[in-house]
Design a protein around this ligand. Structure first.
Ligand SMILES: *Cc1c(COP(=O)(O)O)cnc(C)c1O
Length: 428
């Protein structure tokens, strides 16, 4: 889980970080397709259970294939420790639940992924965790008004899916730290190739690896990475879950035992043990193959998306386009600050006419498919109001930054002229 790759560039980390074979070991990351691991003595096994020694005993907690991939993602983000989860949903849930319990409160940007919005707004409320959604573009004093004595964390997405808003990470980190809580950033769309939120003050990063990291729409997965920078012991009462003895671990206190690794150690030792949303080694192996080319694919996605965004903005049948790479976009200056190399391959737009016209347009596309996915090699479209976000009311849609006519286009890595040609024939 630990990272010691701080001197290598991201391109090298994509290829080399994680699996480090020793003499005579397989060159390629092996799939440790085993639920359990064998030890010679009962004493050795007991020490693992007591967290006295690190090692593998059951793949619900840790598995060598998964750990190697977590280490690669941790290195890419410049973090200190990380873990894989079975999905992006599990990553965001664990990231919060690791430090929040019934009676606690969360401050969250209102423009987040629909799945995360439901998790926070419905399911976590049922667990007694309260949330206040804030307009992330508001000034600091307005956002600070949302904080309460029981606030435990702040949350936002580097690039909101599908609002395409860019988070002012430095502003959010400043507010979070002023109120003594960590900033958790979902960095799925930007990927560490385009933005590393830790460099701007974020404390914890989450990912849906399902998107660009996998890159081929093969596996659902997630990751949590800790910067190791948040000082839990500065607020021992607020973060008693990390600083005080854990009943379920014979009175072990995570910060005392693990220091800066406390947050991830707890997420694995306690949440994975009890809730069990572990990644499968087979899937982790596939994510690793995706990661090897992340640094090649992401720039191509961005290059293609910018050309497509320019084409759409100039088309008479298109009402509006949201893509922070466009000079006229309202998030362009934030994008230039946080993601000078490009934002992502996803953009949104609305076409003139009725809701039905948008649906007809999508049905006329040839190789650009309608799928519930984004951020893989193949170009695809989705109409959030009739697909991913159909559980939300019109009011919630607007609050989540999703206009009813919004079409989300995930620009793939095909030849960009072919992508534009497909869009053109469907628009014309
Ligand atoms: C897709 C997505 C998620 C959820 O991830 P899954 O892997 O589908 O569970 C969370 N956050 C963002 C920004 C996403 O795009």
């Amino acid at each position: 889980m630990n990272n010691n790759n701080n001197t290598l560039n991201r391109e090298t980390l994509c290829v080399q970080a994680g699996w480090k074979p020793t003499n005579g070991q397989p060159r390629i990351l092996p799939i440790y397709q085993s639920t359990t691991f064998k030890y010679d003595s009962s004493e050795e096994m007991a020490r693992l259970f007591d967290l006295e020694e690190t090692g593998y005993f059951y793949s619900r907690l840790q598995n060598p294939t998964c750990d190697a991939v977590a280490a690669k993602i941790t290195a890419l983000e410049g973090g200190i420790a990380g873990t894989l989860t079975s999905s992006g949903q599990a990553a965001n849930f664990y990231a919060i639940f690791n430090i929040c319990q019934a009676g606690d409160h969360l401050v969250c940007s209102s423009t987040i992924y629909g799945g995360t919005y439901n998790l926070f707004n419905v399911t976590m409320r049922k667990m007694g965790i309260d949330v206040t959604f804030v307009d992330a573009d508001a000034d600091a004093t307005q956002i600070e008004a949302a904080f309460k004595p029981n606030t435990k964390a702040m949350f936002g997405e580097t690039i909101a899916n599908p609002g395409m808003n860019i988070l002012d990470i430095e502003k959010f980190a400043h507010i979070a730290h002023k109120h003594g809580v960590p900033l958790i950033v979902d960095n799925t769309f930007a990927t560490p190739i385009n933005c590393r939120p830790f460099e701007w003050g974020a404390d914890i990063v989450t990912h849906s690896t399902t998107k660009y990291m996998d890159g081929h729409a093969m596996t659902v997965g997630g990751a949590i990475v800790d910067s190791g920078n948040f000082n839990w012991e500065a607020y021992p009462e607020r973060f008693a879950c990390l600083t005080q003895p854990d009943e379920s671990y014979h009175g072990l206190a995570y910060t005392k035992k693990f220091g800066r690794l406390a947050y991830i150690e707890k997420a694995v030792a306690q949440l994975m043990r009890d809730l069990g949303s572990a990644q499968s080694p087979q899937n982790a192996f596939l994510i690793n193959i995706g990661l090897e080319t992340l640094h090649l694919r992401v720039p191509r996605h961005c290059e293609n998306a910018l050309k497509v965004a320019r084409f759409l903005s100039a088309h008479p049948r298109v009402n509006w386009v949201h893509y922070a790479g466009l000079e006229q976009d309202r998030y362009h200056s934030l994008a230039k600050k946080y993601m000078p190399g490009g934002t992502c391959g996803v953009l949104t737009f609305g076409i003139k006419g009725s809701r039905q016209d948008a649906i007809d347009f999508m049905d006329r596309l040839k190789f650009i498919c309608i799928v519930t996915h984004v951020a893989d090699a193949r170009s695809c479209v989705l109409h959030p109001a009739s697909h991913t976000h159909r559980q939300l009311t019109d009011e919630q849609l607007i609050e989540a930054g999703v206009a009813p006519d919004l079409i989300r286009l995930s620009v793939g890595i095909e030849n960009v002229d072919d992508i534009i040609e497909d869009l053109k024939q469907a628009l014309d």
